[in-house]
Each structure stands twice: as C-alpha cells, then as structure tokens.
Design a protein around this ligand. Structure first.
Ligand SMILES: NC(=O)c1ccc[n+]([C@@H]2O[C@H](COP(=O)([O-])OP(=O)(O)OC[C@H]3O[C@@H](n4cnc5c(N)ncnc54)[C@H](O)[C@@H]3O)[C@@H](O)[C@H]2O)c1
Length: 367
C-alpha cells in the first residue's frame, strides 16, 4: 500500500513551512509495511531535502503521484485542486475544519474518500499520541514566548552586570490550556516573573506546579464547561471579567494570550483600556488572532505598534515557525493513528477514536 506526503506550500505563497512527515517518520511508516512517495520539495521549508527522504526509503514524485496514493497525510485541508487529484476511495488523514469547508467535505464524500478529520480526535488519554491539536499547541506556546522576547526591548531574566541591572520581565499568560501551560513553562525557563489566568479554576494547580502565580478573579460566574473545556460566559460575565482583568493587565510587560473556546470566537480579555495603560515597550502576543483575538487591538496576521508604544503581535500559525519539530510531532501523531487503523486500513467504528475522527466513509457522511 502506498502513502503520499504532499507539499503543503507548493507555490511558496502560503504561511506554511511544515510537512506532514519527516524522514524519521517515513522510516517508521515503511517499517509498518507501506511504500512512501514524497512530493518534490515537500520538506524544503522545514529543512528536509528530497535526498533525506530518499535515504529514509521514500520515492520522490509529483503532485499527481502523492495524491494518487492509497493513504495521504496532510496538515492543512486539501485545496479544491488537490482534492481533484485524490484517488477515489483513498484514505485521507488531515486537519479538515469541516464547518468552514463544507464544499470540500461534500466533494470528498462523493469521491468515497475515507476522511479522518484530525481536529475531531477525542481528547482521551489513549488519544494523546495522535493528538495534533495538542502537539502543535504545545509548540505554539513555546514559540509565542520566543516571539515576545524578540519584540521586547529588554531582558526577560534578572540581569546583574557591571554595566547595570535589568529587572525580570513581568509576563502574564491568559488561558492555561496546552499552549498556555507551555508558555508559562518557557517564560519561567527564561527567568521571567510569570502570572497566569484561566476561567477554569481547576488549572490553578497546574500553573503553580510550573512556577507561575495564579491570578484569581472574584467572578460571579464560572467558565468551567464540559470535557475540560471552557464555556462561553454570559454578556454580563464577559464584562465583569474584562473589568477585573484590566487593572492587572496594565502591570504586565508581556502578555501571551491563548484563551479559546472550541468552535467559537475567542473571548476578548485585553481591552483597549488595558493596552493604553501598559508601559511603553510592552508586548502583547495574541495567539487567538485568527479566531477574533483575545485583545481588542489585534489585527489578524499583523504586528502593530499602538500610539503609546505597545506592540500587538497578531502573527498566526506559530507551529510553522518551528517547522522541523512541528513536522516531526505532526508526522508522529499521524503515524500513530495509522498504526491504530492497522496495516490493511480496516476501519473499525467500534473504536471511539476511529468513530470520533472519521467524517466521511464509503460515500456517506459519518457526522
Ligand atoms: N488527550 C487529552 O487528555 C487532552 C489533550 C489536550 C487537551 N486536554 C485538555 O483539554 C482542555 C483544553 O485544552 P486546550 O489547550 O485545547 O484549550 P483551548 O485551546 O480550547 O483553550 C485554551 C484555554 O483558554 C481558556 N479559556 C477559555 N475562555 C477563557 C476566558 N474567557 N478567560 C480565560 N481563559 C479562557 C480555556 O479554559 C483553556 O484552558 C484542557 O483541560 C486540557 O488539559 C486533554
């Protein structure tokens, strides 16, 4: 059985450096009994050359060959043109975001393609090694702090030198899910003073175990939802939260904002008033820029400097800025899912991970 690895950024115009499998992942896929075809130049932006893939045992092919394989590993949902190239009844493992891509899903269904939408993987312990959202959020949290350090004109750690003393940066992390917890850990490693806030009070312990200080707001409403996720607050709750956070946020040198609610617009936590009250030279990294932003001033995909000298960074796709490791983790996640399916790709809907992730099968919508 053949497995295809396409180029995620064929014409170089996309904000994407990752590839869905690295040469190390390819070796494991081949060991599992597949032959692999990698599109010419697919790993180039992540630092993996055609010759590295050939050494790992893959063949290099063109776009028609990789999409003509029995199984295709993708990161981003296929474009309309890529979907045309996919072979009937093949198996596709990819992020799909079906609500935003209804036409694509319809097209894939009509072509009888078995589509596993990796963002739908149930978030259970057994699923952890296959969870692309977690592996990439972890990288985003790390990279967001590196980005903050690059935009901040001062040190993050305390520096005592013969030329003077620099105080440690005060970092506030908003949202302590996978990305937020990694941002806390990274900022601590760099020597900053770190405080963090989440609407789910149960994360206090996790924040403290990383050396962060939990910011407690005396709210009348809880944001704890089901399955470990947050729920959207009422309009009054949102206003109360903004009001209580605003004074605190004015004290931050760096804010890393990661708050999200699955399938919803990101909550607005950083008001313009908070930004206006921050010290000149402070930095806001808004990881939620693509889903509406946690900060009122964020412009999606842009880095702006406000009138009072605060940098608001609306960069998106942070995992793509750590492309080698992000590709390794993404590829490992997909490989682990492939192993779950087994060498003959027998689809067992009794398995909750298979059933939860499969959206189209044999010409039918599954969910
Ligand atoms: N396999 C697994 O068991 C597994 C894998 C990944 C995540 N999880 C769990 O799932 C949960 C969500 O993780 P995620 O990283 O996907 O979260 P996410 O990306 O959906 O949200 C990020 C964080 O934002 C917070 N948030 C939402 N609204 C907020 C608001 N108004 N104010 C402040 N914070 C707000 C959320 O509580 C969450 O912690 C966590 O409990 C995580 O531990 C479990």
């Amino acid at each position: 059985m053949q497995l295809g690895i396409p180029n995620e950024n064929r014409d170089g115009s996309l904000n994407e450096n990752r590839v869905s499998a690295t040469p190390d992942v390819i070796k494991k896929i081949i060991k599992a009994g597949f032959s692999v075809v990698v599109e010419d130049g697919a790993g180039m932006h992540a630092g993996f050359f055609n010759e590295d893939y050939v050494k790992a045992g893959a063949k290099v092919g063109d776009v028609a060959e990789v999409f003509g394989a029995d199984v295709v590993f993708k990161i981003n949902p296929p474009t309309a043109q890529e979907a045309e190239f996919l072979r009937e009844k093949c198996v596709l493992l990819s992020l799909i975001f079906s609500h935003e891509n209804k036409n694509l899903v319809d097209f894939l269904k009509n072509k009888k393609i078995t589509v596993f939408a990796m963002e739908k993987l149930p978030r259970t312990s057994r699923a952890q090694s296959m969870d692309v959202l977690s592996s990439q959020a972890n990288i985003a949290g790390y990279r967001a702090v590196i980005e903050a350090g690059a935009h901040y004109g001062r040190f993050l750690p305390l520096m005592m030198t013969s030329a003077g003393m620099a105080k440690p940066a005060r970092v506030i992390v908003l949202g302590a899910g996978v990305a937020g917890l990694q941002a806390i850990a990274t900022a601590k490693r760099l020597g900053a003073n770190v405080e963090a806030y989440d609407v789910r009070p149960e994360v206090r312990e996790q924040i403290e175990s990383l050396g962060g200080k939990f910011i407690e707001l005396k709210m009348h409403e809880s944001g704890a939802g089901t399955g470990g996720y947050a729920k959207e607050l009422s309009e009054e709750g949102k206003k109360e939260q903004q009001r209580l956070l605003t004074e605190k946020l004015k004290t931050a040198d760096i804010i890393v904002a990661t708050a999200a609610i699955p399938g919803r617009k990101a909550p607005t936590l950083i008001t313009k008033e908070a930004v206006d009250g921050m010290r000149r030279g402070s930095v806001v990294i808004d990881l939620a820029a693509a889903t509406g932003g946690n900060c009122e001033c964020t412009q999606n995909g842009k880095v702006i400097t406000t009138d009072n000298g605060i940098k608001i960074v609306g960069t998106t796709n942070y995992p793509s800025l750590v492309p080698a490791d992000a590709s390794l983790f993404f590829g490992n996640n997909l490989y682990n899912f492939l192993v779950l399916l087994g060498p003959n790709l027998k689809i067992n809907f009794e398995d909750d991970l298979v059933a939860g992730t499969c959206i189209t099968y044999n010409g039918e919508m599954r969910q």
